[in-house]
Design a binder for this molecule. Sequence first.
Ligand SMILES: Cc1cc2nc3c(=O)[nH]c(=O)nc-3n(C[C@H](O)[C@H](O)[C@H](O)COP(=O)(O)OP(=O)(O)OC[C@H]3O[C@@H](n4cnc5c(N)ncnc54)[C@H](O)[C@@H]3O)c2cc1C
Length: 247
Amino acid sequence: MDVRLIEATDDPERVICLGARNDYSPGFVGDQTFEETMATVEGESLEEKKRTLIGHLLSHGHYGPFEHPHATFAIEGVSRSCMAQLTRHRHVSFDVQSMRYVSFDDVDPESVREGEMVVTPPSASDPNWVGRNQKTGAVDEETVEKRKAVFRESVTRAVEDYQELLELGMPPEDARFVLPIGTEVNIVMTLNARMLMHVADMRAAADAQWEIRELTEQVLELAEEWCPITFEYYNEKMRNRKNRLAP
Ligand SMILES: Cc1cc2nc3c(=O)[nH]c(=O)nc-3n(C[C@H](O)[C@H](O)[C@H](O)COP(=O)(O)OP(=O)(O)OC[C@H]3O[C@@H](n4cnc5c(N)ncnc54)[C@H](O)[C@@H]3O)c2cc1C
């Protein structure tokens, strides 16, 4: 999995502050300098004032201003299962690599056996891995080796069958029905800072699946570089907040 920030609102925290100060300023923020707009906010420097205001907004649950800045992420190589979870978030915009227009006809099935094209869950190779609704707890090495072999055989065969169906003239959009849900996909997604916090509430939480958690952790790291005051605050004080909306 690879996650990159490919486009984002410039100076997002200035935009958040402009939105929030608009609510309480008698003057028009469009006519004022940023310094004038922030004049009554506590702090020595503009940076401090931004920190004060953003901390105040987040601690009081005033999330509207965080809808102004947007970020676009490119995500490479997550499973279609992870994609299905991610795309449930209705305020996020997505582009998803098509299996109607992209056919995996030149993928060497042997590379699939080695772990290409289909995401391998950690439980296929880690004997100590314990996931949700697992029938057993930790298992011995021999069992996990069998798991790995069954998993590899199954996904390799699926790709071989898919390619055979393409050779038999089936369109990619129908041949794909035999591919596993672990098949990798690339996604571009755009979301605002408020939604990013909401997705993180749901998907970086302990009850989310390992893959979407890993994805969300990477998105959060990039978000902290992009919008540092907000996501530092989120990471330190809001993660695992009790009042998040449960699924
Ligand atoms: C651990 C976990 C397990 C899950 N298991 C399942 C499962 O077994 N089956 C399943 O189907 N889904 C499952 N989901 C998905 C979950 O039910 C939500 O669909 C998903 O997390 C999207 O989040 P959201 O509901 O907050 O909506 P989002 O689309 O992210 O919207 C954000 C917020 O906007 C508001 N909103 C958006 N649209 C509406 C609307 N139409 N009406 C009212 N309010 C709205 C809500 O307040 C919502 O919280 C699971 C999610 C998690 C995190």
